[in-house]
Design a binder for this molecule. Structure first.
Ligand SMILES: *Cc1c(COP(=O)(O)O)cnc(C)c1O
Length: 431
């Protein structure tokens, strides 16, 4: 199985976190997002324990909440000792309403409006991860008005192309995020930042990519960041207190994806950072990581009910489900791969090759093409695995389709964490 929380019981029915998914579909209706709370906690603990072992108390693990943001998840990650990264005032407000202590939040975004900055400062967001000069000016102005010194990290682009593992002068240097080291602009923005009275520059941030399975990418990123830190110490006597290496560890969407030992990867990165700090004459900064996908992705599964099965003789077959790109736009956006099961026939021979599609009025509304399923008919429950990240958080109301609920699974129990949208929710802002 692609993840150890998925299994098939003696009746040939798919189980998730030990629970029969056809029963869950029956109880809560479909489409339905399931989230395995114990798996989320296990992933948080993997990161937190590995970071503590390697860095003592000089670490923080931030849950990148854009992967899946709703009130309950902030309580779960808080109880596991995690900080959070938020990218909008919507996420800040969600965390706030969940009772999450916002001094433990890091506020990203390449384009924070004046209102965003004021909202975040007013609500006591601990750190801003500053993307650009304009943002610095707005933060300084508003922090002065409030009589505070706002902590920030500067987001820099070390210029690593994750697909070739080469430090290149294209690709990430021309990213819309952050400030490039290679062009000398990073150094300029540090100098500029140090001139603001109401800003406390704590350190630097970089985020190299996504679906990373090796430590090499993080080592290359860390190397460039540490050299930059040494240069800032030499040029401006600036001591970096915090270094944030971003997120990006991969997960298994299919059997072909590799497995990854996150603890071993972190240990390798830690050794590298410590020896480099030594060589460069730097004090070890607080090391931050901000995983999103690898915390929640394989804690998720989506259940659908099959509607029509269309066989276009000599061409292809379509299995249509009661959701689609409105709850999972990732194939439409990135041609992402997924593993699917016909839940009640999980052991049956796969004889039906089909595209599993949604019910949106859009030909690109495909959950997954070329899937092999057992003979499938109206009323069957289909399960799509590994949907805990970037599914609910990317869901939309195209065609005025209501978004599914999130049901959490925990030790044999289940509870609703986000309720199903109603038709009245759909029109709630219409005048
Ligand atoms: C998206 C993002 C993350 C999380 O990435 P994952 O691939 O989900 O781990 C972390 N940091 C930043 C700045 C991001 O934009």
């Amino acid at each position: 199985m692609i993840c150890d929380n998925i299994s098939i019981n003696n009746n040939g029915v798919l189980t998730f976190a030990g629970q029969d998914v056809t029963e869950l579909a029956q109880k809560y209706g479909t489409p339905l997002y399931l989230l395995d709370e114990e798996k989320i906690r296990e992933k948080c603990q993997t990161y937190v324990n590995a970071m503590r072992e390697n860095f003592g108390d000089k670490y923080a693990v931030l849950y990148a909440s854009k992967a899946n943001s709703f009130k309950k998840i902030y309580n779960i990650v808080e109880s596991e000792g995690m900080c959070v990264d938020v990218v909008s005032i919507g996420e800040i407000y969600t965390a706030l309403k969940a009772g999450y202590p916002l001094e433990r939040a890091y506020f990203h975004s390449n384009n924070k409006t004046d209102f965003d900055v004021e909202f975040a400062i007013d609500n006591g967001v601990g750190h801003f991860v500053v993307d650009n000069r304009e943002e610095l000016e707005v933060i300084d102005r508003y922090a002065a008005k409030k009589g505070i010194k706002q902590k920030i990290l500067l987001r820099l682009t070390p210029g690593i192309d994750t697909h070739t593992y080469e430090a290149v002068n294209t690709g990430k240097v021309d990213s819309k995020f952050g400030t490039a080291i290679e062009t000398g602009q990073a150094e300029e923005i540090v100098k500029y930042t140090l001139g603001f009275k109401n800003i406390d520059l704590c350190g630097f941030h970089c985020h190299i990519g996504s679906m990373v399975f090796d430590s090499d990418t993080f080592l290359r990123g860390a190397e460039i960041m540490l050299q930059f830190m040494a240069k800032m110490k030499k040029d401006f006597a600036f001591e970096t207190k915090e270094l944030n290496l971003g997120g990006g560890y991969g997960v298994r969407y299919t059997e072909n994806d590799p497995t990854i030992d996150i603890a071993a990867n972190i240990a390798e990165v830690a050794d590298f950072i410590k020896s480099n700090c030594n060589e460069l004459g730097l004090d070890l900064p607080i090391i931050l990581m901000e995983p999103g996908r690898s915390i929640v992705a394989d804690a998720g599964m989506t259940l659908y009910t099959v509607g029509t099965v269309k066989r276009i003789t000599g061409y292809k077959n379509y299995v249509s489900v009661d959701g689609g790109m409105s709850d999972n736009p990732r194939y439409a956006l990135y041609e992402s791969e997924y593993t699917l099961f016909n839940a009640a026939k999980a052991n049956a021979e796969a004889t039906l090759k089909c595209d599993v599609v949604g019910r949106c009025c859009e030909s690109g509304d495909i959950i997954q093409p070329d899937v092999l399923l057992p003979e499938t008919e109206r009323g069957d429950i289909l399960a799509v695995c590994t949907t805990g990240a970037y599914n609910f958080s990317m869901a939309m109301n195209y065609n005025r389709i209501a978004r599914p609920p999130i049901v959490m699974l925990n030790k044999g129990d289940s509870y609703v964490a986000v309720r199903r949208e109603s038709l009245d929710d759909i029109i709630r802002n219409d005048i």
